[in-house]
Ligand binder design. Structure first.
Ligand code: PLP
Length: 414
């Protein structure tokens, strides 16, 4: 029996705005992998084609002419992203990709001075974050072993008490906390306002990697006084494979003269095209931009963000909480010791994704799901990540997933 019944016509209509991948044996795959790559909005094709057409028709004049002159194309994207992550429009810039943006903002916000030289990372941070920090420290001629402190999880979960104790032990040594706001492996959503408050008591800068949080959970980066954040847009924000990254720099830093790696697109628009030898920083976060932006890539992000803004993050997150709670409840009903849910059970401590720790033959289980057109992903050690995305997943996806997952557990344990 299908235990998931949708009452909401609206969400069914919302799903229709997306292209659902085909399955090998079903018309549509059961796609629960928006935490890795979000699905394509139906109007992506026409938005991207319009830019290509404009390029063909106008050539270089497209920068300043046509329905959407490319010179200001990023403006709407940035103000929409601001609404999604709780930032002012002038605190958000779209540029480059995530890992590169980590390097750019480390250059500005990691300023070791005297004893205060250490960076705190969560021990289960996404590998690229660690590689970026380690390589950046080496680039400065500093030994990463002496400059990184790890906030260690207990059974995959990070506890504020442990962070408090760590900061107390190293109160005068920590320059920067750089944390994944929503952990990519466990799905834990950190208590960001509490972390900022704790850090600011000791004058520590807070930077966040929000790859798994943007478009997934309600954020209020401006109100929470986060110093800076970086995120990608290809997961919950459906910008397309490898789509542009975005950065947030709080207004309180907009007048500060930062050490910064600069390029001509960060020069103020008023004299950017005068080709002057001296750099005039654009106001606020715009000064971090380096290059003439890739408009074709921005087009696919633009149309997805419009769908988010049309629904509003509050409504989307309420729906998300609902779907994830339903998934959790149904998984619990399977009543087996073959797997456990790692993700916190409180709705305020997680987003859409549940991480399942499979106690044996995790890869076999994952392969079985894949063969049955269930799209989730697998991460070492034996973790299967499943994310119902409120914009395009319906209760029936959860039903299909749980049915196949339950069969798969039975088969692999036989
Ligand atoms: C939390 C987190 N940080 C960083 C990255 C790396 O992103 P990119 O490949 O866009 O640099 C990812 C990619 O999935 C991620 O999930």
């Amino acid at each position: 029996m299908n235990q998931f019944k949708s009452n909401s016509k609206t969400w069914t209509e919302c799903r229709k705005q997306f292209v659902i991948p085909e399955g090998a044996d079903r018309d549509e795959a059961v796609y629960l992998c928006g935490h890795s790559l979000g699905l394509q909005p139906r109007n992506t094709m026409s938005e991207v084609t319009a830019i290509i057409e404009q390029w063909g028709r106008l050539g270089v004049k497209g920068h300043f002419k046509g329905e959407t002159p490319w010179i200001s194309y990023s403006d709407t994207i940035e103000s929409n992203l601001g609404q999604i992550v709780g930032a002012k429009a002038d605190e958000i810039a779209v540029l480059n990709t995530l890992t590169l943006n980590i390097h750019l903002l480390l250059t500005s916000f990691y300023q070791p001075e005297g004893e205060r030289r250490k960076i705190v990372l969560e021990a289960t941070c996404f590998p690229s974050d660690r590689y970026a920090v380690v390589s950046y420290l080496k680039h400065l001629g500093l030994d990463p072993d002496d400059h990184i402190l790890f906030w260690e999880p207990r059974d995959f979960i990070l506890y504020m008490d442990d962070l408090t104790a760590l900061l107390k032990r190293h109160q005068h040594e920590v320059a920067l906390l750089f944390l994944g706001g929503l952990n990519y492996l466990s799905g834990q959503f950190l208590n960001i306002p509490e972390i900022v408050e704790l850090a600011s008591e000791s004058g520590i800068v807070v930077g966040l990697d929000l790859a798994h949080a943007a478009g997934n959970v309600p954020l209020a980066l401006h109100a929470w006084q986060v110093d800076f954040a970086v995120f990608c847009t290809y997961k919950y924000l459906n910008g397309g494979p490898g789509s542009l990254g975005a950065i947030f720099v709080h207004q309180k830093h907009h007048k500060v003269e930062f050490p910064r790696l600069e390029g001509w697109w960060g020069n103020d628009i008023s004299n950017r095209f005068e080709m002057l030898p001296e750099f005039t920083p654009a106001p606020g976060v715009q000064a971090w931009k380096l290059s003439n932006p890739p408009v074709i890539a921005m087009a696919s992000l633009k149309c997805s963000l419009e769908l988010f803004v049309a629904e509003g993050m509050e409504k989307i997150s309420n729906r998300s909480r609902d779907l994830t709670a339903q998934l959790e409840q149904s998984l619990k009903l399977l009543d087996t010791e073959l797997f456990r849910i790692l993700t916190p059970s409180s709705a305020s401590d997680r987003g859409a994704m549940l991480s399942l720790h499979v106690l044996q033959k995790g890869k076999d289980l994952f392969d079985h799901l894949t063969d049955e057109d269930i799209v989730v992903d697998y991460r070492s050690p034996d973790i299967i990540r499943v994310a119902p995305c409120p914009m395009y997943n319906l209760e029936d996806d959860l039903h299909q997933f749980c049915t196949v997952f339950s069969d798969a557990l039975r088969i692999i344990s036989a």
